[in-house]
Design a protein around this ligand. Sequence first.
Ligand code: BV8
Ligand code: ZN
Length: 247
Amino acid sequence: MTSLPTAAATALREATRVTVLTGAGISAESGIPTFRDALTGLWANFRAEDLATPEAFQRNPRLVWDWYAERRRRVLEAEPNAGHFALATLEGRVPTFALFTQNVDGLHRRAGSRQVLELHGSLLNVKCFDCGAPAFAWDEAAHPPRCAECGGFLRPDVVWFGEALPEPILDAAWEAAATCDVFLSIGTSNAVQPAASLPWHAAAHGATVIVVNPTSDGQERGARIHHVLGAAGTVLPALLALRPATQ
Ligand code: BV8
Ligand code: ZN
């Protein structure tokens, strides 16, 4: 792992307001494929962007429902990793802390993070495609199961491409980016808007941005933006060490 420039380390050590954005990369060490990873199995001939849309679901509800059912199964079998746990610990050591995730896998909450705002929803939650009613139980043998309220197809409660992000969460994310001292951008290729603009919004408002990613593709550069080339599971515990519990 490359070391953190002194200015960034000082900023993180002294920060009173830290905002975090995570992407699929933080769950990679938990065995959850990232969006950049090629799809496998029944979905090998598709790109995630082509399946994660309302149109794809309407065209082939079984294919899309089964893709999410398989992902839900993998997520429930997976465990949070050292990166998730480091962020859960950091939350208790910073006066004002906000964690926004693009991930839909629920691993931050399972690692103990309390302030988790899911910009793109959660594949653990299910709702009706037609009437929006939440579903808490469904027929696992159905592909997809139907809504108990209106008989419509059930779908994962995630934000698909072309769908709006939950406004209160997105508004909170812009505000938390604009008012933090340090913005941690962890494991994201910054390929999907509007979440991808949050780190640069923070830098434009004077925050120190620390990017944690084994590669530097897709990341912007700038005086306030520091890349730590490394895996979240290794780098985040090292960053946490800059904020000892005793403070
Ligand atoms: C919207 C949930 C408007 C579903 C997801 C041009 C400009 C602005 C917008 C657009 C545009 N063109 C198109 C758009 C719209 C579109 C978009 O951005 N498209 C992209 C393809 C260009 N955006 C939308 O549609 C959004 N909605 O704009 O609505 C609107 C307004 C009003 C009314 C109606 C509509 C909705 C976007 C949300 C889509 N849903 N997820 C699901 O998960 O199935 S997006 C999904 O993909 C993820 O949530 C995530 O956001 C994204 C994947 O990105 P990453 O998380 O970064 O993952 P990725 O694999 O790309 O990268 C992993 C990174 O980790 C890599 O950099 C890798 O190096 C790194 N890594 C690997 N291992 C590790 C690691 N890092 C650390 N440690 C490791 N060990
Ligand atoms: Zn319904």
